[in-house]
Design a protein around this ligand. Structure first.
Ligand SMILES: NC(=O)c1ccc[n+]([C@@H]2O[C@H](COP(=O)([O-])OP(=O)(O)OC[C@H]3O[C@@H](n4cnc5c(N)ncnc54)[C@H](OP(=O)(O)O)[C@@H]3O)[C@@H](O)[C@H]2O)c1
Length: 360
């Protein structure tokens, strides 16, 4: 099979490195371009990440000799070289918006890990198992951009991936209409390790800038409807949240409380979670977990250290489902923030875009 040629812009950063490692073993994708800031440009990828490679696996052989290009000025050259790019740059939000749009206008599809375009009405924000139908907005976006190939698709914030997938099979069936969520988020979500953030050892910080808004609002777009060339967020449920940074390397946990219009039995919920299969499972996409939602019966699971890596860090772990005195039920969710929640989720989205013909 001919492989898709892939570029990573922001390839030298933490998320970019994760993209580079995931693409290295990918059956459909081949890394042909790396790009970053002018600080890295002109170096080989190996030189550019020397002393800051943070992945648990060694630097992939195929990436070492690639010359790092300048993400902001080599757009035409990159667009002509690749079939699409992953975006993982860390710049000001307006700059990221403009940069990603410049790639799309140069007829290069962009699959972005960044939040900059999440609220652009004709940009699909997709969890592939939950709202793959939002990709149908792409022709409207192309019309606005005046492109035939180019478009932008984004993944959602890492914090919501530990509860939105669990809500999805229950939401319409039982009228899930209110939720309270407290997240316990790992330090890699801030691009940090214990070496670079020693203040997090033996510490908990009750604030993550912008995270509570994302945790409450992004799910509403995920369950939104396509109307007149825009995705209109749902108003069928409301979510309140508190997001807390905890001393874990990877893995975001959520303590969740939910209320329904028609309260289901615990056994019905567990069965729906067990049976849930999304389009990535039906299409057998390479990065799709076989069992997306895993329920643990043990009362002390899921645990961040033990369970975040389930099915290559792409599955979501659930446990402790039980009645609540103020909401109908409460439970615990866990997902890997840099795999399912970041680069892995974007790779799965790219696979879906290729399988459905949006990237040719
Ligand atoms: N870390 C996570 O788990 C996580 C999760 C979700 C979302 N995010 C988001 O993903 C993005 C990347 O995060 P990160 O943690 O990987 O950041 P990072 O480690 O600081 O890496 C930033 C990357 O952006 C590049 N860059 C910076 N300024 C640039 C410019 N003017 N032009 C082109 N490239 C530029 C850097 O290149 P140089 O090396 O050349 O400076 C580097 O490749 C951020 O927007 C972040 O908010 C991160």
């Amino acid at each position: 099979m001919k492989k898709y040629k892939v570029g990573v812009i922001g390839a030298t950063g933490m998320v970019g490195q994760r993209f580079v490692s995931l693409i290295a073993d990918h059956p459909w994708f081949e890394l042909t371009v790396t790009a970053a800031s002018s600080r890295s440009a002109g170096k080989t990828y190996e030189e550019a990440v020397a002393g800051r490679w943070q992945m648990p696996t060694p630097l992939p052989e195929a990436s070492k000799k690639l010359t790092v290009l300048t993400a902001e000025t080599d757009i035409e050259a990159i667009a002509s070289e690749v079939d699409f790019v992953f975006s993982a740059v860390d710049m000001k939000k307006d700059e990221i918006k403009a940069l990603e749009e410049a790639y799309a206008r140069a007829e290069c599809p962009v699959v972005s890990n960044n939040s900059a375009h999440r609220w652009t009405p004709d940009v699909p924000m997709v969890i592939p198992e939950v709202n793959p139908e939002h990709l149908e907005i792409i022709p409207s976006q192309r019309k606005r951009l005046g492109t035939t190939r180019g478009f932008i698709a984004v993944k959602s914030n890492c914090s919501i991936q530990s509860y939105v997938p669990a809500f999805h099979p229950l939401k319409d069936k039982f009228g899930l209409n209110r939720a309270l969520v407290c997240t316990y988020q790992a330090i890699s979500g801030a691009g940090k390790t214990f070496e670079s953030w020693p203040e997090m050892v033996d510490n908990v910080i009750p604030y993550i800038g912008g995270e509570e808004e994302k945790s409450e609002q992004e799910p509403l777009k995920i369950w939104g409807s396509l109307e007149g060339g825009a995705i209109v967020p749902t108003n069928s449920l409301s979510i309140t949240s508190q997001c807390i940074r905890v001393p874990a390397t990877d893995g975001h946990m959520a303590a969740v409380f939910v209320g329904f219009e028609r309260k289901p039995d615990i056994s019905e919920i567990k069965q729906l979670w067990k049976d849930f299969r999304g389009l990535p499972q039906t299409l057998s996409l390479p990065s799709a977990p076989k069992q997306f939602l895993h329920y643990f019966e043990e009362e002390n699971r899921p645990q961040t250290g033990l369970d975040r890596g389930l099915e290559g860090g792409m599955a979501v772990s659930l446990g402790r489902l039980r009645p609540d005195s103020q909401y109908d039920y409460r439970f615990i969710g866990l997902s890997h923030n840099t795999l399912r929640g970041a680069a892995g989720g974007a790779v799965l989205l790219a696979e879906l875009l290729c399988a459905q013909g949006y990237i040719s």
